[in-house]
Write a protein that binds this ligand. Structure first.
Ligand SMILES: [Fe+2]
Ligand SMILES: [Fe+2]
Length: 324
């Protein structure tokens, strides 16, 4: 492994530095006259139908989609932590390396803390919805998803392909925070809500370090495995990407639209049009690139590039451009 990446000892040193650790912010309330996330990080922004919505409708859509975005990050911080990162401790390569295990344990503990922070933020965003103690609203656990989680857990001793996905998610959450910082003013909705943005900027601190841990785990658990296991990891990763990037009529993005229509019944006659516009995004390259692209996740794409077994990934992941 050619390597400018910090080793495990250095990662643990960085993790011990309070200035580089994510703090839990205490936020009293949010300003609902402002958007929560950059418009280009929402789905409908990439569809012509977005321009037909009023400012008030676009603003509320943005705020609801932001809750869904937090839930997406929380999916890693809870489901992938419990069903993959915790069982990954039993992986042969991790068991053999105390420093790597310490990095993994630090990451697990930090993700659990982030989960609570995003849950608290979502409760401020949608107090009525989360009043009953629920922790997810737009993302629900389907039978197929639960089966996938079971498979991740069952395979974690030998198969570490979810690490590639985790790294992509972590780098994209950093990409979102960077985009907020770089341009806190949205194209049509004015400046971002400062407290919502502050939570994402804090989150970026631990996540930047997690990318280093991801790199170490990928090297130890995937790159160092035999060709058979590497090929199997790559095949399963491609299946996982297909499953996780598909847009469904009853998926979390559609549930955001349905909630918006319930809050703004004047949109009811156009609900079907909005859902269809969402489905059409699967053919929309700009949208696909907003999820996975080299500017958004340069380090993860660098790892994809150097992994021979991931040849052909560009056919599944529209935003991936594999160098010749
Ligand atoms: Fe996190
Ligand atoms: Fe993370």
């Amino acid at each position: 492994m050619t390597d400018k990446w910090p080793d495990c000892g250095r990662i643990l040193e960085l993790a011990a530095d309070p200035a580089r650790r994510t703090r839990r912010l205490s936020i009293g309330k949010l300003d609902f006259s402002r958007p929560f996330i950059p418009e280009e990080f929402t789905q409908l922004y990439h569809s012509p139908v977005y321009r037909t919505l009023t400012r008030e409708q676009r603003l509320r859509y943005n705020q609801l989609f932001a809750v869904r975005t937090n839930e997406y990050i929380m999916m890693l911080e809870s489901d992938l932590v419990d069903h993959f990162l915790v069982p990954l401790r039993r992986n042969r390569a991790v068991r053999a390396d105390a420093a790597l295990r310490a990095c993994l344990d630090t990451m697990i503990a930090e993700e659990r803390e982030h989960y609570q922070g995003f849950l608290a933020l979502n409760r401020l965003c949608l107090p009525q919805v989360f009043r009953d103690g629920r922790e997810r609203y737009f993302s629900r656990l389907s039978g197929g998803y639960k089966l996938l989680l079971w498979l991740l857990r069952a395979g974690a001793r030998r198969l570490a392909y979810p690490m590639w996905y985790i790294m992509a998610l972590e780098e994209s959450s950093i990409g979102l925070a960077r985009a907020m910082k770089k341009n806190p003013r949205t194209p049509t909705l004015g400046p971002l809500e400062p407290s919502f943005m502050a939570v994402h900027l804090e989150h970026m601190k631990d996540e930047t370090r997690h990318l280093h841990t991801d790199r170490r785990l990928i090297s130890a658990c995937i790159s160092a495995a035999s060709p058979f296991w590497r090929r199997l990891d790559a095949a399963l990763f491609k299946m996982m990407i297909r499953e996780f990037t598909v847009i469904r009529r009853n998926g979390s993005g559609a549930r955001v639209i349905r909630h918006l229509v319930r809050e703004m019944p004047e949109l009811a006659p156009g609900e079907e049009e909005l859902i269809t516009a969402l489905e059409e995004l699967k053919h929309n390259e700009t949208y696909q690139r907003s999820l996975f692209s080299r500017p958004l996740m340069p380090l993860t794409f660098g790892i994809f590039d150097e992994t021979e077994e991931l040849a052909g990934l560009e056919r599944i992941l529209a935003g991936y451009d594999r160098p010749d």
